[in-house]
Design a protein around this ligand. Structure first.
Ligand code: UYC
Length: 231
């Protein structure tokens, strides 16, 4: 009823993160009227940086086949809700689209591809990164990639989340790998099928950094000024 919708609307606007998280799928189940509330919610909040709650609301609209939801996003958020800023001239829209669709496995591959693009044509050909290339990454591009992951994963995924976990473990790699389910005892998690490609994964599980060539690339990522000098 109209009353139920209005009550959900009020709780979405004023509720805690936990309440908002529960309300969004309820609105999604209510058809067009529910979608309208999510549209209003996104518009109201568009002046502040997107959080993963905005991400959840956006994803409902993005993955809906309702024509008015599609038209709304096309008009108001054609590039998504995270600004796709790049100092390296990279187009992050394909990554945005995979994350909005919650295709975390394809998004993980796209992340590696985009990071190779940032590093330049030799890295694109090589298909993996040198740690010296990561040291030279523009802050802006790392922020964009990180924010896309964060906003579209209920705050679970992204480099900054991984780095916080690593710091909380006193920068101990041996404790870090099992914590994010990249290792179980002595066994590395097998790529790709043993990784968890949805939000049931532990915090920090994605995006992946292959450890085949050692820890230096991810160490450079975590040491990058992007995470300490906020822009
Ligand atoms: N793989 O085991 N990985 C690949 C991970 C390791 C290996 C790709 C992560 C350990 C080989 C990604 C972990 C290891 C290939 C990841 C992991 C290993 C490969 C695709 C847990 C053996 C084929 C992108 C730390 C004991 C490619 C890419 C090749 C691929 C990620 C083996 C994203 C997080 C040490 C043989 N693994 N990788 O980089 O280069 O190719 O031969 O980390």
């Amino acid at each position: 009823t109209a009353n139920d919708i209005d009550s959900l609307r009020q709780r979405l606007i004023a509720g805690s993160l936990q309440v908002q998280q529960q309300i969004i799928p309820q609105l999604a189940d209510l058809g067009n009227q529910g979608l309208e509330v999510l549209m209003e919610f996104l518009l109201k909040r568009r002046e502040s940086p997107a959080t993963w709650i905005d991400g959840k609301a956006y994803q409902v609209l993005y993955n809906s086949d309702a024509p008015n939801a599609r038209e709304f996003l096309q008009t108001n958020f054609p590039e998504g809700i995270v600004p796709l800023k790049s100092e390296a001239g990279i187009n992050y829209k394909p990554l945005q689209q995979l994350l909005a669709a919650q295709d975390f496995q394809a998004a993980d591959r796209m992340t590696i591809e985009k990071m190779c693009e940032v590093a330049g044509p030799t890295a694109v050909k090589r298909k993996w990164l040198y740690f010296t290339e990561v040291d030279n990454f523009p802050v802006t591009d790392l922020h964009t990639i990180n924010n896309l992951w964060l906003v579209h994963s209920e705050g679970k995924f992204g480099f900054a989340v991984q780095r916080e976990i690593w710091l909380s473990l006193g920068k101990n790699w041996d404790n870090f790998w099992p914590k994010i389910a990249w290792k179980d005892g002595n066994n590395w998690t097998r790529y790709p099928n043993s990784f968890i490609w949805d939000l049931s994964a532990p915090k920090g599980h994605l995006p992946l950094s292959n450890q085949l060539r050692g820890v230096r690339v991810i160490a450079s990522l975590f040491a990058h000024p992007a995470w300490t000098n906020k822009v």
